[in-house]
Write a protein that binds this ligand. Structure first.
Ligand SMILES: Nc1ncnc2c1ncn2[C@@H]1O[C@H](COP(=O)(O)OP(=O)(O)O)[C@@H](O)[C@H]1O
Ligand SMILES: [Mg+2]
Length: 194
């Protein structure tokens, strides 16, 4: 596949934002023993009924008008299935949507991670009026960060989109992701769940 994991995250999160979600939770769970990689994006947007969810598995379904075909979700589904995984869509009209894609990480076609930190920063800076949470778990250890906590410290939501904040967030995410992936447990900010 052409896309890396971070681009799928951007695609799926943008769907949530376009569906008027003001909370988007992004969760990545990597397990090197089970050789699994799972991405879950949950939102509180306008949701879909059963018919719309079914239609989503068809690559030509879109409610957008500016481009004729919708390919975001079918691409992710294809990539997951190519890697011995699957795509699950749970949605309720008026409540929100959860998209979960799982991959076998030892599959040769498993997408590379890409720049996860850059993608998350792009979302926060691009949609500063929405709230995001991000959790990354690697072999049972995890860290998480969310915009609500950051805003509490900054005391002003508008500061979220400032370059200083973006740079700090990018470095914070990169450091924590790298620390987890290298198997270290030092300087993991919080919630070391096992
Ligand atoms: N999180 C979501 N909440 C509500 N509707 C969604 C969500 N994700 C996707 N959809 C619906 O599914 C359609 C197809 O999505 P996608 O495959 O990403 O293609 P596109 O975004 O190009 O339309 C969207 O146009 C939208 O109607
Ligand atoms: Mg899309």
């Amino acid at each position: 596949m052409l896309q890396d994991f971070s681009q799928y995250i951007l695609d799926i999160a943008e769907n949530s934002l376009k569906a008027d979600a003001n909370i988007v939770d992004i969760d990545i769970v990597e397990d090197t023993k089970d050789k699994t990689l799972t991405l879950t994006v949950a939102d509180n947007g306008k949701g879909m009924d059963e018919k719309e969810v079914l239609a989503l598995h068809n690559p030509f379904y879109t409610t957008r008008t500016e481009r004729r075909v919708g390919l975001g979700i079918p691409f992710l589904k294809y990539a997951a299935e190519l890697c011995g995984g699957s795509l699950e869509i749970l949605s309720e009209k008026g409540k929100g949507t959860t998209i979960r894609a799982s991959f076998k990480s030892d599959c040769i076609d498993c997408p590379p991670m890409g720049e996860i930190a850059d993608t998350l920063v792009a979302l926060v800076v691009g949609w500063p009026d929405r709230d995001f949470s991000f959790r990354y778990a690697f072999d049972g250890k995890s860290f998480s960060v969310n915009t609500k906590e950051i805003i509490e410290v900054l005391e002003d939501r508008r500061l979220l989109a400032k370059p200083e904040t973006a740079l700090w967030l990018r470095r914070y995410l990169k450091e924590n992701i790298e620390t987890l992936r290298s198997g270290g447990s030092e300087c993991i900010a919080e919630d070391n769940q096992s």
